[in-house]
Design a protein around this ligand. Structure first.
Ligand SMILES: C[S@@+](CC[C@H](N)C(=O)[O-])C[C@H]1O[C@@H](n2cnc3c(N)ncnc32)[C@H](O)[C@@H]1O
Length: 234
């Protein structure tokens, strides 16, 4: 994936940052908050990477006692996440939220050593990362062998009419909103060398999925990222 695509993605989110939370307020209350809660309830370990932390919508769900490193390519989105961390009440900090450190970084080029994290999380991110497989390979590289990778993602619906329609409308959605609407994220997770544990379908037609994966335990036949960039789907 070219630098140019990442720059374009970054520019889109830079522009949308001031209104991002307002755009999602309805769907956040209706659905996203329940799904975030479920995802973070399944986190294991003390050092967790959150890829594409955005405006910090997951911050209230970060478990107590867990150190979360949040990265995002967009500085204005990150600034909102910083504000959110700073605005947490002492009660939230004590009872729910862990200690989040935030940095501007490209998911396709993570500045962390191998096996740096016990687990990784991303919510609605691998629809936007230009080369999703490359980003997921990076996640695989920095999560320790056997560490959990939890993804909440909207994906391409695998149905005769709707699927091709999503393919058709994808360039428009990309330009107007920022994310791709036709990503095959479960396949991308596998292609990146991660092992799928299970996939929960959260919305009709499998439009939104909670993907439970793990970085494979090291062994001669396993691949833990660092290889050439993967398929740029679709
Ligand atoms: C749809 S938003 C989701 C934000 C947040 N995770 C949430 O649940 O609200 C996608 C986020 O991914 C970030 N992003 C896109 N491509 C990225 C990349 N290559 N590296 C890091 N972050 C990226 C965007 O800047 C944006 O903040």
């Amino acid at each position: 994936m070219s630098e140019n695509s990442t720059e374009r993605t970054q520019a889109r989110y830079d522009r949308i940052a001031p209104i991002y939370d307002a755009l999602e307020v309805g769907i956040e209350r209706l659905a996203f908050r329940h799904w975030r809660n479920e995802l973070w309830d399944h986190i294991e370990g003390e050092h967790v990477l959150e890829v594409g932390v955005g405006t910090g919508k997951n911050v209230p769900y970060h478990p107590a006692g867990v150190w979360v490193a949040g990265i995002d390519v967009s500085a204005p989105m990150l600034q909102r996440a910083r504000d959110r961390v700073a605005a947490r009440s002492p009660q939230q900090v004590d009872h729910r939220a862990g200690d989040a450190g935030l940095a501007q970084m490209d998911a396709e080029r993570l500045g962390f050593p191998e096996d740096a994290f016990d687990a990784a999380v991303a919510t609605f991110v691998f629809c936007s990362v230009p080369d999703a497989v490359r980003g997921l390979k990076e996640v695989n590289r920095v999560v320790r062998p056997g560490g959990r990778v939890l993804l909440l993602e909207h994906v391409r619906v695998n149905a005769p009419v709707i699927g091709p329609l999503m393919d058709l409308l994808d360039p428009v959605a990309l330009r107007l909103m920022g994310p791709h609407i036709n990503r095959r994220t479960v396949a991308n997770v596998t292609e990146a060398g991660l092992e799928i544990e299970r996939v929960e379908e959260l919305a009709p037609g499998g439009l939104v999925k909670l993907i439970f994966a793990r970085s494979p335990d090291s062994g001669p036949s396993t691949s833990r990222g660092g290889g050439p960039a993967g398929r740029n789907d679709p």
